[in-house]
Design a protein around this ligand. Structure first.
Ligand code: ADP
Length: 392
């Protein structure tokens, strides 16, 4: 059975068509610059990328193009070949404790969370509505970035701010990258053959978050009300004293929204190094002796180690640290320095294994805490969720 996994942004739409339950990728593609006259639609046909540049005014037109492309290239013979569509939705708030079949009411509920994720949820809804129009007879499922973290206890998700802020406006930690943390932790549990395993998942991509997983459940995570909280990332600052907002707003005559935008888009690797948001550039320049590139790297390593230490204490132990996403899967320097920073926990890295790619163990036999690389796959997780929810 074919299932489509969709990730809609404000001007983009990524999709993957998967054969389930074998999880084989049939095709994938991307529509970029939606709303512009020179939008791009690309789709893989027999492994080759076919690209069309044309005016694509909105998501509805983008979805029609995707469907047309699938039929035209004989990837599907009829729309009935697609049994379900899974949509990534960033913020599910406290409403969605599980993935859900999309109805009009569900769309309204997702919309009611727009204040919590103004950059993401409206775009996700646009994608959902376009697919519901184009494929009305096909079941659509919303899979939320936040759902996996809904198992956190109050002491982990509440901020020590006025309680009314939580009651009136939902101010609390929600956490993100849930589909990735879930996918990777399920795999780690299989590899360790221990359903009770205590894990720290390090999802290190351009956006980055850590998750403490105890017995398959998220018990804490580093991102918060928004993805800005936690460790420094490609362009995000991670945790800072909120008073910085006031100071910079006064000194540079900027609104809070402008300063917040700089904390989201001009901080992290990019802000500290002044060079790039890409870890490849940071590592190269660090090795060339650039102080600020090294600082951008070492601040991040320290913060990651801080979280791992605190999760070790919170869970009362740790079986494995898992690295995933662009940096976690591909940057041996970052993994080596993180593991070195937490060696007091009894972690002993195997430097030879750490240089290799793909899913495998990167610690020695003597290591008390294991470490693995496990490539993430959010699309497969979304497709699995569609299958599970559809069967309910
Ligand atoms: P996101 O989904 O958050 O955009 P990804 O998980 O795709 O991010 O990760 C992207 C990041 O991964 C890039 O910004 C880059 O820093 C890092 N990356 C990708 N490939 C490599 C590599 N070979 N070595 C080091 N870092 C890499």
């Amino acid at each position: 059975m074919k299932i489509m996994a969709v990730n809609a942004g404000s001007s983009s739409l990524k999709f993957q068509l998967l054969e389930m339950p074998s999880e084989e990728v049939i095709t994938s593609g991307l529509v970029e610059r939606i709303g512009y006259y020179n939008a791009n639609f690309s789709i893989k046909v027999n492994g080759e990328k076919v690209v069309v540049t044309k005016e694509i005014l909105d998501h509805k037109v983008a979805v029609e193009l995707v469907v047309e492309g699938l039929l035209k290239h004989h990837i599907i013979e009829s729309l009935d070949d697609i049994k379900g569509v899974g949509h990534r939705v960033v913020q599910g708030g406290e409403i969605f404790k599980d993935s859900v079949i999309i109805t009009d009411e569900v769309v309204d509920q997702i919309r009611s969370l727009n204040d919590l994720a103004p950059l993401h949820n409206p775009a996700n809804i646009t994608g959902i509505e376009a697919f519901r129009k184009a494929l009305p007879q096909i079941i659509q499922v919303a899979v939320f970035d936040t759902t996996f973290h809904q198992t956190m206890e109050e002491d982990a998700y509440m901020y020590a701010t006025p309680y009314e802020w939580y009651v009136k406006y939902g101010v609390r930690k929600y956490g993100f990258h849930g589909t990735s943390h879930q996918f990777v932790s399920e795999r780690a549990i299989q590899l360790l053959d221990n359903p009770k395993a205590k894990l720290v998942i390090c999802h290190l991509g351009n956006g980055a978050s850590l998750c403490a997983v105890d017995g398959g459940k998220s018990v804490d995570t580093s991102m918060g009300l928004t993805p800005l909280e936690g460790i420094p990332m490609g362009t995000r600052s991670g945790n800072i004293d909120p008073s910085v907002l006031m100071l910079i707003s006064d000194k540079e005559d900027k609104t809070f929204a402008q300063v917040l935008d700089e904390l989201n888009k001009k901080s992290g690797y990019l802000g500290v190094s002044g060079i790039s948001n890409d870890s490849r550039d940071i590592i190269r320049e660090m090795e060339n002796g650039n102080h600020r590139a090294k600082l951008a790297h070492t601040i991040q390593i320290k913060r990651i180690a801080d979280y791992i230490g605190s999760y070790y204490v919170y869970m009362g132990g740790l079986d494995a640290i898992i690295f995933t996403a662009g940096i976690g899967e591909n940057a041996p320097e970052v993994r080596a320095h993180v593991l070195d920073a937490v060696k007091v926990l009894g972690v002993e890295i195997d430097h030879e294994e750490n240089k290799k790619r793909g899913e495998h163990l990167i610690t020695t036999k003597n290591s008390k805490v294991k470490a693995y690389i496990i490539p993430t796959n959010e699309e497969v997780m979304i497709a699995r969720e569609v299958l599970r929810i559809e069967k309910l």
